[in-house]
Each structure stands twice: as structure tokens, then as C-alpha cells.
Design a binder for this molecule. Structure first.
Ligand SMILES: C[C@](O)(CO)[C@H](O)COP(=O)(O)OP(=O)(O)OC[C@H]1O[C@@H](n2ccc(N)nc2=O)[C@H](O)[C@@H]1O
Ligand SMILES: Nc1ncnc2c1ncn2[C@@H]1O[C@H](COP(=O)(O)OP(=O)(O)OP(=O)(O)O)[C@@H](O)[C@H]1O
Length: 325
């Protein structure tokens, strides 16, 4: 297996046989975290919302598995078999008794190790792209099982929209959303490791009773009604204190966004990306500019939600005779 950065030949030109899948980032509008389980995971009540910030994964025929990546943070993406896109291709191929010979190219816009499920998104996208490339028509329920094997956030990347995730976040129930929400995301320098943030949560929770995580009815109503003001009043992330304990400077980013008129601010998932809910597209532009000017973040993105889950954008010629093992 090999890799490198730069555009894969044909990935941008649209001429190569291959399948391109677009996949959204997520923000957890509620992340209720329970006590650590014996298997090392935490039970969650996670209200996922997909946002219009996308990675694209192209799968093209090849004689062996390779991964390439382009984008501002491409140098921080592993290009070996630990890449979630590569793991997805291997898992799907193994399920069907195939050789995972595929060239995977990732166009990465989702912050790396940013708490927006970027790697999970690429895993879900690669699964869908390889399934189409290899002409497998794997049932949706099987794809979701494979997603859950890849990681707790991966099923939601496939589904998109809005969903309540129970268990370790992988058991999804889709949720109705009654309108469009506008967001600004502030990208921090460097990333945060998800297990390290859960570890910090455990330390902060020591000696305290941790309630069984449950979704907030008021938050679910706000989503269903498309009511931005009500949603702003109910955003909650139990990992926020843990992320702030590891990266205290994020408090200044949160304050800069609310000072600039955001209706609410929170750490996205395990961080360190911060998320700002705003009234409309104009407010998003203004808050993004103010955040950049404040010098408390590296970059900003504006986005709307809900966004669709992993979607095939371009399907070329199927791989000629994917090799049976
Ligand atoms: C923080 C969130 O992004 C919120 O959506 C997710 O819970 C994290 O999901 P993820 O990155 O897909 O995480 P996984 O790859 O499944 O797990 C990575 C590690 O995070 C911790 N982890 C993850 C999910 C969970 N419910 N409890 C955990 O304690 C565990 O240490 C686990 O070994
Ligand atoms: N396709 C990928 N893109 C980015 N990182 C990947 C990928 N595959 C594996 N990784 C590894 O996963 C680590 C976490 O990256 P990722 O971008 O998924 O974090 P995250 O968005 O914080 O995850 P989550 O929100 O699901 O907890 C990275 O530091 C990297 O080593």
C-alpha cells in the first residue's frame, strides 16, 4: 500500500472510471455522556446534525489498495491501512470475498481530528463508493452494520440529516428537522484525540453520579420546529468541559463568537472545532469574519444544516472483474 498527496489522476477531470461520493461533517447539538462501560466506550445520547461541509471520496479501479488525499490538512491524514477509508474498503471486500484493490482519493475539507467526524465521513463514503464501483448492491442494513464496525460516528455519516444516536452513538433513529439552521465553525490549531477527551471526561466525573444519558425533549422539539432561537437555548455538550480542560484557549474562541452575535456556541463533539449557531446567512458571514479577526482560531467555515448523508455524485464504469479471492 502506498500513498501521497495531490490530486489523483482523473479524480478532478471526471474522465476516469470511478465513483465519487460526497459526505457531510457533523455537529452534536446535544451530546449526553454516561459512565464508562466495561468495554471502554461510554453510553451516549447523541443528537447528530449533518452540516454542509463536505469531504469527497473517489474510488477507482487499481491493482492494489492505495490512498491519496488533497486539502489544507492533507499532511495530517494517514495514508496507510489505518485510514478509515482504506479500512472501509477492506471490510467491504472481506464481506464479499473480494480483493480490496482500489485507488481511493480523498478531497478533504472537514477539519482533521476536529470533532466533526472527518475520518468517519471518509469511511462511510469509501464504503458507498466501493460498493458502487464493485457493483455489489450491499443492502443498506449491512452497510450500516459495517459502518458501526468502523466507528461509533460512521453510521451517522452514511445517514446524514439529523438522528439520535444511542449505545456508543451507533444505534440511530432518524429525527425530523423543520427548517434550515445556519452555523459557523472555527477550526483550531492542531487536533484533539477522541479517546483522550473521553479520558478527561472520566477524570472530571470522578466521584460524581453520572446520569443515564437521555435526549432533551426541548431540543428535539426545537429541531422539529426549525426554531433557531429555541435550539440555541438547548445546545449541550458533556464533552465540552473535558475539551476545555485540555485546550483552555478554546474559551476565548467561544467568547469571540458569542461576542460577535452568535446565538449560542459550543465545542463540536470532542473538539477542538467550535460551533456557533447564528440567525441567518448574513449573521454567519459576520460572525465568521469576527472570529478570524479575533485571532482565536486558524480558519472558519460557514455551513447550513441539515445536510444529506453520503451521496454518490459521479459513477463511472464499474471495475472490470473485481478479483474474487
Ligand atoms: C465524540 C463523538 O464524535 C460524538 O459523536 C463520538 O462519540 C466519537 O466517535 P468515533 O470517533 O467514531 O469514536 P470510535 O472510533 O468509535 O472510538 C474511539 C474511542 O473514543 C472513545 N469513545 C468513543 C465513543 C463512545 N461512545 N465512547 C467512547 O469512550 C473510546 O475511547 C474509543 O476507543
Ligand atoms: N480519512 C481520515 N481522515 C482524517 N483522519 C483520519 C482518517 N482516517 C484515519 N484518521 C485518523 O483518525 C484521527 C481522528 O481524525 P478525525 O478527523 O476522524 O477526528 P474527529 O473528527 O475528531 O473524529 P470524531 O468527531 O468522529 O471523534 C486522525 O488524527 C487520524 O490519525
Amino acid at each position: 500500500m502506498s500513498g501521497g498527496t495531490g490530486t489523483a489522476p482523473g479524480a478532478a477531470s471526471g474522465t476516469a472510471p470511478g465513483v465519487t461520493v460526497r459526505v457531510p461533517a457533523k455537529v452534536n447539538v446535544q451530546l449526553a455522556v454516561g459512565a464508562a462501560r466495561p468495554d471502554g466506550f461510554h453510553d451516549l445520547a447523541s443528537v447528530f446534525l449533518a452540516v454542509s461541509l463536505y469531504d469527497e471520496v473517489t474510488a477507482a479501479p487499481a491493482d492494489r489498495l492505495t490512498v491519496t488525499c488533497e486539502g489544507p490538512d492533507a499532511d495530517r491524514v494517514p495514508l496507510d491501512r489505518t485510514n478509515l477509508a482504506a479500512r472501509a474498503a477492506e471490510l467491504l471486500a472481506a464481506r464479499h470475498g473480494l480483493d480490496p484493490a482500489v485507488r481511493l482519493h480523498i478531497r478533504k475539507a472537514i477539519p482533521v481530528a476536529g470533532g466533526m467526524a472527518g475520518g468517519s465521513a471518509d469511511g462511510a463514503a469509501a464504503l458507498l463508493a466501493c460498493d458502487a464501483l464493485w457493483g455489489l448492491a450491499t443492502p443498506r442494513a449491512t452497510l450500516l452494520d459495517l459502518c458501526a464496525e468502523l466507528g461509533s460516528d460512521v453510521p451517522f455519516s452514511l445517514v446524514g440529516g439529523a438522528a439520535l444516536g444511542l449505545g456508543r452513538g451507533e444505534r440511530l433513529t432518524e429525527l425530523p428537522v423543520g427548517g434550515t439552521f445556519h452555523w459557523v465553525f472555527a477550526v483550531a490549531d492542531g487536533g484533539l484525540s477522541t479517546p483522550v477527551v473521553f479520558g478527561a471526561f472520566d477524570r472530571l466525573a470522578e466521584g460524581r453520579d453520572i446520569p443515564v444519558p437521555a435526549a432533551s425533549p426541548a431540543l428535539l422539539d426545537a429541531l422539529a420546529d426549525g426554531d433557531t432561537t429555541a435550539l440555541a437555548g438547548t445546545l449541550a455538550n458533556d464533552l465540552q468541559a473535558a475539551a476545555l480542560s485540555l485546550r483552555p484557549e478554546l474559551a476565548a474562541t467561544l467568547a469571540a463568537g458569542t461576542g460577535a452575535g452568535a446565538l449560542a456556541a459550543l465545542v463540536s463533539g470532542s473538539g477542538p472545532t467550535t460551533a456557533f449557531l447564528v440567525k441567518d446567512a448574513d449573521a454567519a458571514t459576520a460572525v465568521a469574519e469576527a472570529l478570524l479577526a479575533s485571532g482565536t482560531c486558524r480558519a472558519t467555515h460557514t455551513a447550513t444544516s441539515p445536510a444529506p448523508g453520503a451521496t454518490v455524485l459521479r459513477a463511472g464504469t464499474p471495475a472490470p472483474g473485481a478479483t474474487l479471492l
